[in-house]
Design a protein around this ligand. Structure first.
Ligand SMILES: [Zn+2]
Length: 530
């Protein structure tokens, strides 16, 4: 799916409005808070229908008779919010629908620098309703295993838990993910038996241990991408007992614990389920018992064995590094769905579980909402460098990402947006004062007058015009004319210098609004495919 499917700006308004209200609420409470050192724990206890779901439905129904595509409709009808329990007053949009709706769900962060590595933290995203039968999914313990952490992030963003409870940590070793390194401070998955307090990973390890030990957690799955293909007997150097790819791992056959102690039986069911859905025969999963307690010193230092020692059922799930990322994520999702099934956890997803659909949801629908949605930035086709990007003079960008693997790293006046291992773009800062303004601005789009809020994306067929505003000055980036006045004049795609577009296609441009010399917000115009 791509932005070409965005046919009407109207549908964006209600959802965006909700987000903007939430975001400003959140920021009101957190204005003084710098980069989140301890990532907040979101207790999503109750899921309730979105307050003005009706308004959304109405607007969708109005649009149904027009050109809106059905996938978008479904996604928006499914929209819901969840009430957060332990942070008062905060309402968070849960589920990010698979549509072009901008619903950042994760957190409000501020830019980090690489030297802040101790403060990168990780996210715990709690989904569904609390109960004593929680599945804990862990991704990103080693930063060079994107299949695992992408799959975990999709559980966080693309799955709705309809029954039971799932906790997701998609980015346990976030610094190593950004560094594309197995472990900048050594292998984090060898730090669970003992660790010095001086170790840079100490805080993260202590925190993840406490989540594993939590009474609600009954089953833990740690996601990995291993090399080659595990086989019980030696076939060749890529298919052998020494390889880790494509298997379901247990430390022992059985565990004396509350629930799910028949580890081998459960693992075998996972293997069967994956093998019923293979892309190719070579990818066949196998059951792998590391027999850790019988003197496997390396495995005794891992996350899963820590869980086992604490009487929690735990499994490793391995995809193969020989496969492309989306295929690895596909196998992880197959396994995770089977775990949910075994535990009686209900879920819905907006996409079909096929390798290509997984690729689509990984690549598309990623956004940042910047400075309380003054700017919302679609990232799936973003240029590798965006110049003159308005950044607050204090040097920080506050942002809410649509996916927990998104992070902005600052290096002098360059702000690099990361998505897991991928570097999406470098923003070159144009430092200015920001003002927080929630106003409506007025456009004429294809001869129709419309009212727009900052952070919205308008779809334009032929041309648009920005109406003059008493208080706000307008700068249409990449467009200029001899009069230097950019309002009141109709602008078509040819009038833009393509290199100023947000996207590589040259279809999306920024319209910026200022009050005197202070930056107030951006509206994006997106010319439709011709
Ligand atoms: Zn691994």
């Amino acid at each position: 799916m791509n932005l070409g499917m965005l046919k009407s700006y109207k549908v964006f308004v209600p959802v965006l409005f909700l987000f903007v209200s939430w975001c400003s609420l959140y920021q009101d409470m957190h204005t003084a808070e710098p980069e989140l050192i301890a990532t907040p724990k979101y207790d999503l206890n109750v899921s309730v229908p979105i307050e003005n779901n009706n308004a959304i439905k109405e607007s969708i129904e109005q649009n149904r008779s027009t050109a809106l595509e059905p996938e978008i409709l479904t996604a928006q009808i499914e929209e819901e919010i969840a009430v957060v329990q332990d942070i008062p007053l905060e309402i968070k949009p849960e589920i990010a629908a698979q549509s072009e709706v901008i619903v950042p769900i994760i957190r409000v962060s501020s830019t980090s620098e690489e030297k802040d590595h101790k403060n990168f933290g990780f996210d715990l995203i709690q989904k569904g309703s609390h109960d004593e039968n929680t599945l804990l999914v862990v991704g990103g313990i080693q930063g060079d295993e994107p299949g695992g952490f992408m799959a975990a992030s999709l559980i966080a963003t693309q799955y709705k838990i309809t029954k039971g409870s799932v906790w997701v940590i998609p980015n346990l070793n976030f610094y190593s993910i950004i560094k594309r390194s197995r472990g900048p401070f050594g292998d984090m998955n060898r730090k669970f038996a003992s660790l010095k307090e001086s170790d840079p990973d100490y805080e993260a390890i202590s925190k993840i241990k406490s989540y594993i030990e939590d009474d609600e957690v009954k089953l833990v799955v740690n996601l990995h991408d291993g090399s080659g293909y595990y086989r019980e007997t030696y076939v060749d150097k890529d298919h052998s007992p020494h390889k880790w790819g494509q298997c379901s791992i247990v430390d022992q056959a059985n565990l004396d614990c509350d629930k799910y102690g028949d580890l081998e039986r459960i693992s075998t069911k996972i293997v069967e389920h994956v093998n019923a859905n293979l892309i190719r025969e070579e990818d066949r999963y196998a059951f792998n018992n590391t027999k850790t307690a019988q003197g496997n010193e390396e495995m005794a230092k891992t996350l899963t064995y820590f869980a086992i020692k604490n009487k929690k059922a735990a499994f490793g799930n391995e995809a193969s590094k020989n496969l492309p990322t989306h295929e690895r994520a596909y196998y992880h999702l197959l396994a995770l769905e089977k775990y949910m099934d075994i535990m009686g956890i209900g879920f819905e997803r907006e996409f079909e579980l096929t390798p290509l659909a997984v690729k689509e949801v990984i690549d598309n629908n990623i956004y940042l909402s910047i400075e309380g949605n003054s700017i919302s930035l679609p990232l799936h086709d973003i240029r590798s460098v965006l110049r003159y990007f308005p950044v607050n003079k204090d040097g920080h960008i506050a942002y809410a990402p649509s996916n927990p693997l998104l992070k902005i790293i600052k290096d002098k006046d360059t702000y690099t947006i990361y998505y897991g291992n991928r570097r999406l773009t470098h923003l070159k800062a144009d430092y200015m004062d920001y003002i927080n303004a929630e106003v409506n601005v007025h456009f004429k789009v294809d001869n129709k007058d419309i009212e727009v809020k900052f952070g919205e994306i308008i779809s334009v067929k032929n041309d648009f015009l920005v109406h003059d505003h008493d208080e706000y000055r307008v700068n249409v980036i990449g467009y200029s004319n001899s009069s230097k006045i950019e309002t009141g004049t109709s602008i078509s795609q040819e009038k833009f210098m393509k290199r100023f577009s947000i996207d590589r296609q040259g279809q999306m441009y920024r319209v910026e609004f200022y009050k005197k010399d202070k930056f107030a917000g951006t509206v994006l115009v997106k010319f439709e495919d011709v």
